[in-house]
Design a binder for this molecule. Structure first.
Ligand SMILES: Cc1cc2nc3c(=O)[nH]c(=O)nc-3n(C[C@H](O)[C@H](O)[C@H](O)COP(=O)(O)OP(=O)(O)OC[C@H]3O[C@@H](n4cnc5c(N)ncnc54)[C@H](O)[C@@H]3O)c2cc1C
Length: 482
């Protein structure tokens, strides 16, 4: 009897050993290496995989080797170590809003470390700081911070990820008052190319602190969390919406160029122009009467609007107003994938009337639905800061020219070519040399200087120090020195 029991145990052991071997035979080096990941790993053979790589821009497509949904720093470290061991490309994805899908690496067969589940937000109301996990979307951040009476300055689209956004700048309606999102980052945690966790602030790894605040998206390592300086939300803000006749465009820009830079920093304005309409969205960080007084110097020079709307509301409601998605979606953001291509121009002296005519003609003739947005800069966003690699501190306004919603690939290719050709000439004749790196554009020539100006060489040195083997790379990443 005893002997039979011993035989049973031996047989069981042999079976277990065989099973373990069988599992190992079926496992690829990648799955084996990632086996200890606590979060989910999704491979291309999983039926949900195609839906997880759509992201925001349908015009650009890449297929990664695996999506790692990291849940903690250790998962990110394991992923980095596996990428090094297996000589794979690796990239971070926060909100998946990169215009060129660089959250998927900008090429096929990359390991994507998706940070969606690293989404803690811890607010210290006394210190007026918040630790924000790199997987958070702007809408969720605005919601949670507003509930505690705070805000950070950042963009208007609720589904944009804080990762890519604040590493490349991050501009929105509180920008003239409080600067860019990146200006308000006071420390970060980052997994580097050796799989180490680095603490980064103005004292520790201060060169990386400089690099990450303006040029950090994808080039230096994977940032897992940010600590932001918070600002108290005013008890009331005022959303402003004006419509003008399309034919009043010259008069409107004359006022914008002249008065825009001198406006109270509590105001921000954004002009939208397409072939048939001309309008302004704006926000005043204060109550209605103050908003009316503050915008008056501009309105007195601008043509008479065909409609004006001042809406006193809470800061979070103003986020809903300008999100252009269902209000209930702001705190639960989701992708709205569409086909688009964008060009970015930065203006330091106002556009001339000739430039406005040229742009207006283009908007009337381009083959796809195209509009231009003009975001007023100035105030805190233009304060030169030598702890930030964001160089565009003399911007009067940023222009985004965006073509969208074509139906076929041929229409898309035609539209993209028109935008590229027009953009090249327009930039050379009418705007500054520079472009905004968060509106990243693979077709932009000399992007190194246009995005990073005189900081580019310093960024290459910092890259070479922290990632000498260029593990974190994509088609427009900061390169290493050879
Ligand atoms: C609909 C829409 C609206 C927008 N509105 C605004 C706006 O109002 N203001 C504005 O300034 N910009 C705006 N943007 C641009 C936006 O800021 C950039 O596209 C930004 O890079 C998106 O960040 P993400 O994390 O969502 O994208 P992702 O595609 O996830 O990442 C973008 C880049 O950053 C890298 N990255 C992401 N997370 C990390 C991380 N944790 N560590 C290291 N690298 C990382 C990625 O690898 C990739 O290279 C908008 C974009 C879209 C599509």
């Amino acid at each position: 009897m005893k002997l039979i029991k011993q035989l049973d145990i031996i047989l069981l052991l042999i079976w277990c050993i065989l099973l373990i071997n069988l599992v190992n035979v079926n496992a690829s080096p990648l799955t084996s290496c990632l086996a200890s990941i606590k979060g989910q790993t999704v491979y291309p053979n999983n039926k949900t995989f195609p839906s997880l790589i759509i992201d925001e821009n349908l015009y650009v497509n890449y297929t990664p080797s695996v999506l790692v949904y990291a849940v903690n720093n250790q998962d990110v470290q394991t992923s980095v170590n596996c990428a090094v061991k297996l000589k794979m490309g690796i990239t971070a994805r926060s909100g998946g809003h990169s215009y060129e899908k660089y959250g998927l690496g900008g090429r096929n067969n990359v390991m994507v470390v998706d940070l969606t589940n690293m989404n803690e937000i811890t607010i210290d109301s006394t210190a007026k700081t918040a630790k924000i996990g790199a997987g958070n979307r702007l809408g969720v951040i605005y919601d949670k911070l507003s509930q505690a009476g705070f805000l950070i300055p950042a963009g208007t689209c609720p589904s944009v990820g804080i990762g890519g956004h604040s590493l490349g700048g991050g501009y929105g309606f509180a920008g003239r008052k409080y600067g860019l999102a990146s200006d308000n980052v006071i420390s970060m945690e980052m997994v580097d190319a050796n799989g180490n966790i680095l603490q980064i602030n103005n004292q520790t790894n201060s060169d990386l602190f400089f690099a990450l605040r303006g040029a950090g998206g994808g080039s230096f390592g994977i940032v897992t969390s940010f600590v932001f300086r918070l600002h108290e939300t005013p008890p009331q803000v005022t959303a402003m919406q004006f419509q003008f006749k399309r034919s009043q465009v010259q008069q409107l820009f004359s006022a914008f160029n002249q008065v825009g830079p001198t406006l109270d920093n509590n105001i921000d304005l954004s002009i939208a122009l397409d072939k048939g309409s001309l309008s302004i969205d704006g926000l005043y960080l204060g109550p209605l009467n103050d908003a009316r007084n503050a915008v008056e110097p501009f309105l007195s020079k601008a043509p008479k609007p065909t409609s004006s709307k001042f809406t006193p509301e809470s800061f979070f409601d103003s986020v809903k107003t300008f999100s252009y998605v269902a209000p209930s979606e702001v705190a639960k953001p989701k992708h709205h994938p569409y086909f688009f291509k964008a060009k970015s121009f930065l203006v330091t002296k106002g556009l001339t009337s000739e430039a406005i005519n040229v742009l207006s003609d283009f908007l009337s003739t381009v083959s796809c639905d195209t509009y231009a947005l003009f975001d007023l800069f100035g105030g805190a966003a233009n304060i030169v800061d030598n702890t930030s690699s964001f160089v565009h501190r003399d911007t009067l306004y940023g222009i985004q020219l965006l073509g969208q919603d074509w139906k076929t690939k041929a229409q898309g290719d035609k539209c993209v070519k028109q935008l590229n050709d027009f953009g090249k000439e327009f930039q050379s004749k009418y705007t500054s040399y520079f472009s905004y790196q968060n509106y990243i554009d693979r077709d932009l020539d000399d992007w190194q200087t246009r995005y990073y100006g005189n900081n580019f060489n310093k960024l290459v040195d910092i890259k070479t120090k922290y990632d000498p083997n260029n593990l974190f790379n994509f088609p427009q990443s900061i390169p290493v020195k050879h």
